[in-house]
Write a protein that binds this ligand. Structure first.
Ligand code: XMP
Ligand code: MG
Length: 183
């Protein structure tokens, strides 16, 4: 079986770069919510590693919750019509909420999720994503906190996967084209 490390063309964001950036993002969030009591909503499964590292970089109280969503449609691009597979455990009315995502690609998924959560009347609703592919954007949505802007290449690692492979890698790497262009 192919080892995941043989599937990576380049390391795009190193473990050290991620660690450093997470500390900076945590400070930005603390500056916006100095009293803490923020709810991080991780979007399963890609954001699990990011949300757990980000939480541990925070010096104010944060709690976490998770949502699981899947995008309708057969194409490789998300449609913006999203099915909620797991909803929140907590009420977010009048709370300060940060949606934590692995990557914004077209933005369709986050746009839907943002509107869905906005309807529950949180006091503040922010978006934090580790990676952003601005070239691919279709939906009108912008993250408040962005780890790294990256080119339009398929990446895995640090929570992101290709067919569930690669989530455990401590860095973000570009997948070799032959892995996903295989017919
Ligand atoms: P949209 O297009 O709605 O989709 O912004 C966001 C979701 O698409 C997945 N995605 C990726 N997953 N490597 C991945 O492992 C990538 O390069 C990539 N680009 C998009 C991801 O699930 C994200 O939440
Ligand atoms: Mg995702």
């Amino acid at each position: 079986m192919l080892n995941v490390k043989d599937m990576i063309k380049d390391v795009l964001v190193s473990e050290e770069q991620i660690k450093k950036r997470i500390k900076e993002i945590a400070l930005d969030i603390e500056r916006d919510f100095p009293d803490g009591d923020v709810i991080f909503i991780g979007v399963l499964k890609g954001s699990v590693i990011f949300v757990s590292d980000l939480m541990r970089a925070m010096n104010v109280n944060v709690t976490m919750d998770f949502m699981a969503v899947s995008s309708y449609g057969m194409s490789s691009e998300s449609s913006g019509i999203v099915r909620i597979l797991k909803d929140l455990d907590f009420d977010i009315e009048n709370r300060d909420v940060v949606i934590v995502e692995d990557i914004i690609d077209t933005g369709n998924t986050l746009k839907y999720l943002y509107e869905y959560l906005r309807a529950r009347n949180p006091r503040n609703l922010k978006i934090c994503c580790l990676l952003d592919k601005p070239e691919r954007r279709k939906a009108d949505i912008k993250a408040d906190y962005v780890g790294f802007s990256i080119p339009d290449e398929f990446v895995v690692g640090y929570g992101l996967d290709y067919a569930e492979i690669g989530r455990h890698l401590p860095y973000v790497g570009v997948l070799k084209e032959e892995v996903y262009k295989k017919v």
